[in-house]
Design a protein around this ligand. Structure first.
Ligand code: UD1
Ligand code: UDP
Length: 368
């Protein structure tokens, strides 16, 4: 098992699952434990039939914040990599686990492959943006999902021969998880929705940790006059309770986080998606769904340019934009023929070829 795949949160598990499956016996799955609830972690291992982690750390975000978390994880990962060095370490995305995985590998002299490299929101207030910048400096091979992401890396001074445009692995993860059409209807009914509905997710600190913003967001959703199904991230549930906003949640169809096939079935059957998630911005382009992104900036402008998503502020702008979209007679199928900017479902195969070439010391496939 000479290719260590470091992951720690729900989206990392989902987006690295197709690569772990391709790596087979070569994959050493290292779970940082940042997400520890089965609804955010174990469920997705089961969804994709992944092996149990070969190493599981206790890396939840603690009271001392992300500095302590990244520092502790970096130390524990470095020790594991020194004791039993893999030939390559793969990290994905922009979480604190991603940063720790890249740092530990780099300081141990192990080459780093960064999956979903080159995203930039330009907002240094986002912890993810800082993680992207750090991993961008450390990675040896940058797997950019799009030409735009590759251009961001070149603009940051990354050597072009270390960049490959691979597409985003979320495309094949989505295609693997999406249930058959008949099952999508059944799943929607099991979640209490027979007619039109909106599917919403919220978990970004910019929305959850500011009471006035969370209140505006939930008030807009509750005032839509449409069923709103909302699988609730534990961070959002905790903050709604802390800020006394639970009465607004009572007006929505709130559920625990759902597994990946269920989420995609609901997303496919929804008329409109509302989210601040990164992965959902990409999945909307595979499912051909309109998405209102409740954010002030996005590192995924390709989905906006292609017409899938639009940035909105949480209060009246969200309400107005959602009503306008729901009033469109073509809301269900206006995006049906628009191609996803995130590729065709072959990103993991390309990344597999890159990671194994790096591990074997053979030339990197693909053109720079
Ligand atoms: C993290 C990532 C974010 C990613 C998201 C995916 C960072 C900085 N943030 O945000 O980029 O979009 O994961 O969902 O790495 N909690 C639980 N159970 C769990 C995990 C968390 O209850 O299994 C609660 C805890 O109260 C925790 C809070 O959620 O403090 C936030 O978890 P954390 O991992 O710090 O950040 P996320 O918001 O999940
Ligand atoms: N997702 C899921 N169940 C849910 C909510 C989301 O399976 O209840 C999936 C969704 O399909 C996407 C991923 O989780 O693939 C997005 O994760 P999240 O929004 O937590 O993180 P981000 O993508 O913003 O980093």
């Amino acid at each position: 098992r000479d290719v260590a795949v470091v992951l720690g949160t729900r989206p990392e598990i989902i987006k690295l699952a197709p690569l772990i499956r391709l790596l087979g016996e070569r994959a050493r799955v290292v779970h940082t434990g940042q997400h520890y609830d089965s609804a955010l972690s174990g469920t997705f291992f089961a969804n994709f039939g992944l092996p149990h982690p070969h190493l599981l750390l206790d890396g939840a975000t603690g009271p001392w914040g992300r500095g302590a978390q990244i520092g502790r994880l970096t130390a524990e990962l470095a020790r594991a990599f020194v004791e039993d060095p893999p030939r390559v370490v793969v990290v994905q995305g922009d979480t604190n686990s991603t940063s720790a995985g890249a740092q530990a590998a780099h300081y141990c002299g192990i080459p780093v492959v960064h999956v979903e490299a080159g995203l930039r929101s330009g907002d240094r207030g986002m912890p993810e943006e800082i993680n992207r910048l750090v991993v961008g400096v450390l990675a040896d091979v940058h797997c950019a999902a799009t030409e735009q992401a590759a251009a961001n890396l070149r603009a940051a001074g990354t050597a072009p021969e270390r960049i490959r445009v691979t597409g985003n692995t979320v495309v094949e993860a989505t295609l693997m998880s999406l249930p058959d059409p008949a099952d999508r209807d059944r799943i929607a009914r099991e979640h209490g929705v027979d007619g039109p509905f909106v599917l919403a997710t919220v978990h970004r600190p910019e929305n959850t940790d500011r009471p006035e913003r969370l209140r505006a967001l939930l008030t807009a959703l509750a005032g839509l006059g449409e069923r709103v199904v909302m699988p609730l991230h534990p961070r959002t549930r905790a903050k709604a309770k802390q800020f006394g906003l639970e009465h607004l949640l009572d007006r929505l169809d709130v559920t625990e986080p759902v597994d990946h096939p269920t989420f995609l079935a609901l997303a496919d059957r929804a008329r409109l998606l509302v989210s601040d998630s990164g992965g959902v911005q990409e999945e909307a382009t595979v499912l051909k769904k309109p998405l209102l992104v409740v954010r002030t900036s996005t590192e995924r402008p390709e989905a906006v340019t292609a017409g899938f998503s639009r940035l909105v502020e949480p209060g009246t702008p969200l309400l107005d934009a959602a009503r306008a979209e729901l009033a469109r007679p073509d809301a269900y199928d206006r995006l049906r023929d628009t191609a996803s900017p995130y590729g065709d479902g072959t990103a993991s195969a390309r990344i597999h070829a890159l990671a194994t070439a790096l591990a074997d010391g053979t030339p990197l496939p693909g053109t720079a």
